[in-house]
Design a protein around this ligand. Structure first.
Ligand code: PMP
Length: 326
């Protein structure tokens, strides 16, 4: 075991774990990339570091500067920790529907938190537009713009994809995950296709998102809704442009939650719902590819971020979701 020289060098290089239940159910080997093991406990630390270092390299972010972003929470946590380690200030705009744990974590990290009511993207008060306005009005500030800034997906081309390829010794037939900004699916997809274009890249889309219909039938159209935080996209973001999606699944919260509960009870993994949706997608992809294939997915963040929601039986009941059997 090596000693890391600083906190930022702990971002990435995450373990890959074989998921026993999903593998046994399908006769395949299904692997989860443990992104909850990042210092900010989510996959978004990678994008945060790349976005900040890209802004520094372009000369847009100068010593003492401010980083402003609109986020479901995890990118904000990543940006705040990177900012602390590098001496910047952070202003984070979040919809008020996100978990209390994420807001408390952001405040603890010293980010200035602005919450806005959840609104459609077309509404000027949407958290993304609000964050852009704040960045424009704040001297010395940059707008991280994770949705359209492709420094985000570059983190997954040179980091996540490369690591998965090496960890699996180049023996991988499929990859799937859901999209928030799309940085992960597009970056890992592009990175893996560069290694072997036969690898099937599948999008696992939650209900309420428009990408399933787009990749299946060329039309951005959504149906239903999801309580999953951090995923569910309604447009082709800059990061999604040119993403090599071969196939797509629509995954319900119930299907994702079943895996969240099973992975906790049977394998001791405490995850958020986007991870459950990803694992459900990996099971579907493995079934399509057939027994003996090897599939990877992303375990996006820690379930400790959702103790007051997913892991609270009263919250689940209020949302009409199945309460986990113990
Ligand atoms: N899961 C969680 C919990 C997230 O916070 C995010 C980021 N919004 C994602 C998945 C999706 O990642 P990406 O933005 O790279 O599509």
């Amino acid at each position: 075991m090596q000693i890391a020289s600083d906190t930022l060098s702990l971002i990435g290089h995450t373990p890959l774990v074989r998921l026993k239940g999903p593998s046994e159910t399908t006769g395949c080997d299904i692997f989860g990339k443990c992104e909850f093991a990042n210092p900010g406990a989510s996959v978004k630390d990678r994008a945060a570091l790349f976005i900040v270092e890209d802004a520094e390299a372009r000369g847009a972010l100068k010593p003492g500067g401010t980083i402003v972003e609109g986020t479901a929470g995890n990118t904000g946590i990543g940006l705040a920790l990177v900012a602390n380690a590098k001496g910047y200030r952070t202003i984070i705009v979040m919809p008020d529907t996100q978990s209390k744990e994420k807001m408390d974590t952001l405040r603890a990290l010293g980010a200035e938190l602005v919450t806005v009511p959840a609104a459609p993207y077309s509404n000027p008060c949407h958290f993304v537009h609000t964050s852009r306005r704040i960045a424009e009005e704040t001297p010395g500030a940059i707008w991280a713009n994770q949705f359209d800034n492709i420094a985000n997906r570059r983190a997954h081309i040179v980091g996540t994809a490369e690591e998965i390829w090496t960890q699996m010794d180049g023996n991988i037939q499929g990859f799937t995950c859901a999209a928030g900004t799309g940085g992960t699916i597009a970056g890992v997809g592009l990175g893996l296709k560069e290694k072997d274009e036969r690898i099937t890249i599948a999008l696992s889309d939650p209900h309420g998102a428009a990408l399933y219909e787009y990749y299946a039938h060329g039309e951005l159209k959504s149906e239903g809704s999801s309580v999953a935080e951090g995923i569910g996209q309604g447009r082709i973001t800059g990061n999604l442009e040119g993403a090599p999606i071969d196939t797509q699944f629509r995954i319900s919260d119930t299907e994702g939650l079943e895996w969240v509960d099973r992975l906790l009870k049977e394998e001791g993994l405490c995850l958020g719902l986007s991870s459950g949706i990803n694992v459900a997608g990996a099971v579907r992809l493995a079934r399509e590819l057939g027994p003996g294939n090897r599939v990877a997915t992303i375990l996006c963040d820690t379930g400790f971020r959702y103790l007051s929601t997913l892991y609270d039986p009263a919250w689940r009941e209020a949302k009409g979701l199945a309460v986990s059997r113990s």
